[in-house]
Design a protein around this ligand. Structure first.
Ligand code: CMC
Length: 421
């Protein structure tokens, strides 16, 4: 028996049976029976916006898989560039494909010199690096007008390579501008994570990349690489559905990520931990959250109603970094917060668990990243995911995104002259 639902229009008595396929029902059938009656779903919490074969997320059971591969296995065995290939191409690369892919990414890391000098200089000295990143990713579209040819899959892939390759250069240039340090050019002899760390931190003496930092960076990038239809990925798909070029669509995704409810949460977590200040203040803080005066940043998720598997991996990765750097004093407060929240009825009943952002900021800070770079790090990691969804959406020849609204404003009225208002 095929699974289905039946909807009845009580005004007319007319019914329609709609089959359930892949856990959803086709809204086109709903439209047939109920033209002009819109499915009202602010936040799109119960609406599927896409059919996608990229990432499987089972929030009830805390499962995350990229193209079928469990996140735990990828975090342990893979690299960020291999995961990027997997997300975009659907399969793990062979040795030859991997060599070509890494070579291509490695040789597209430079920014046009005019872009590097002029774009960054035009921002105020203390501009937030995420603001620079959003603008400069969009700015690249003017240097690559050929990227507008989004009907050609090979052109799409060419610019996907450029975007993944240039993100560390864009990110570190934004940072160095904000602290008044000269740019460090990419070193094509280094792997992706090491190159990024060197461009970020080298001042004066050559920067030796600690293997524990290199691996932690790889793991963090892998964990952030995709998360199906989240706010920024949905933005990439929606903006891309108008057939704009990939740089502009990816810039829009960066902008969506910037907010504290999404990618900005990792920065907000550390500010929150600072604000709590000491172990003794954890309980009163939790009471404040329950009273609705505070929000426990790094907790809760639209989809996970269980421990975020990424948070578990990050918590473990933190030990390897802390073994090199010494522990972060805010870790104790974070652990106490987690313990207090996980045993409290408020959080239990709402199924609020730590998410990816709860521990990632502690690692970043211990590695020497300033807080305003945390969301930028998230954006570097998420770029292949955004691109894979954008590419998939174009392959599916999707319609332009154009939701309906339930109008609640004034009925028609006549214009009132200024003197009569
Ligand atoms: N602290 C306290 N209460 C919370 C929290 C929290 N962090 N998150 C949700 N709640 C409560 C919320 O007040 C609501 O309570 P009630 O039913 O009494 O009104 C209930 O839990 C359901 O929450 P919601 O607001 O309907 O959940 P949502 O799906 O709209 O929001 C969220 C999801 C991630 C925006 C939210 O949990 C939040 O703001 N968390 C803190 C910010 C954060 O850590 N964001 C990173 C998300 S993971 C990385 C990413 O994907 O970007």
């Amino acid at each position: 028996m095929t699974e289905s639902i039946t909807i009845t229009d009580n005004r007319t008595g007319e019914s329609l049976e709609i089959p359930i396929a892949n856990g959803g029902v086709d809204a086109a059938d709903w439209r047939k029976l109920l033209p002009g009656i819109w499915f009202h779903d602010p936040g799109l919490a119960t609406t599927s916006g896409a059919e996608s074969a990229i990432t499987e997320l089972d929030g009830e059971n805390g499962i995350l898989r990229y193209r079928g591969y469990p996140i735990e296995q990828l975090a342990e065995k893979s690299t960020f560039l291999e995961v990027s290939y997997l997300l975009l191409h659907g399969e793990l690369p062979t040795q030859q494909q991997s060599d070509e892919w890494v070579n291509e990414i490695t040789h597209h890391t430079y920014l046009h010199d005019k872009f590097r000098r002029k774009m960054y200089d035009s921002f105020h000295y203390d501009a937030h690096p995420m603001g620079l990143l959003c603008s400069n990713v969009a700015g690249l579209s003017t240097f690559y007008p050929g990227s507008k040819d989004i009907d050609d899959p090979s052109i799409r892939m060419e610019h996907a390579v450029r975007l993944i390759a240039k993100m560390p250069t864009l990110a570190t240039s934004a940072y160095r501008h904000s602290v008044g340090q000269p740019f460090v050019f990419p070193d094509n002899t280094l792997d992706y994570a090491s190159n990024f760390l060197r461009m970020m931190f080298e001042v004066g003496n050559p920067y030796e990349v600690d293997p524990a930092f290199q691996r932690a960076m790889e793991v963090l990038l892998i964990l952030h690489a995709d998360h199906e239809q989240n706010c920024s990925t949905t933005t990439a798909r929606v903006v891309g559905s108008s057939h704009t070029d990939p740089y502009t669509a990816m810039s829009a995704a960066c902008a969506a990520l910037y907010g504290p409810r999404h990618g900005g949460a990792n920065e907000a977590v550390l500010n929150m931990l600072d604000g709590i200040g000491s172990y003794e203040n954890v309980e009163p803080f939790i009471e404040g959250v329950k009273a609705g005066n505070e929000r426990l940043m790094g907790f809760g998720h639209r989809v996970y109603k269980n421990y975020d598997p990424r948070a578990r991996i990050i918590k473990e990765a933190a030990h390897d970094v802390f073994a090199v750097t010494g522990t972060n004093p805010l870790l104790d407060i974070a652990l106490k917060l987690e313990e207090a929240a996980l045993s409290d009825e408020y959080f239990i009943s709402r199924k609020l668990y730590p998410n990816v952002d709860f521990y990632s900021g502690l690692i970043y800070e211990s590695m020497g990243f300033p807080r305003n770079m945390f969301t930028v790090l998230f954006a570097i990691g998420r770029m292949p995911g955004w691109l894979a969804h954008w590419n998939e959406m174009l392959d599916q020849d999707s319609r332009i995104a154009r939701p309906r609204q339930l109008y609640t404003g004034e009925a028609e009225r006549d214009y009132v002259a200024m003197g009569d208002r």
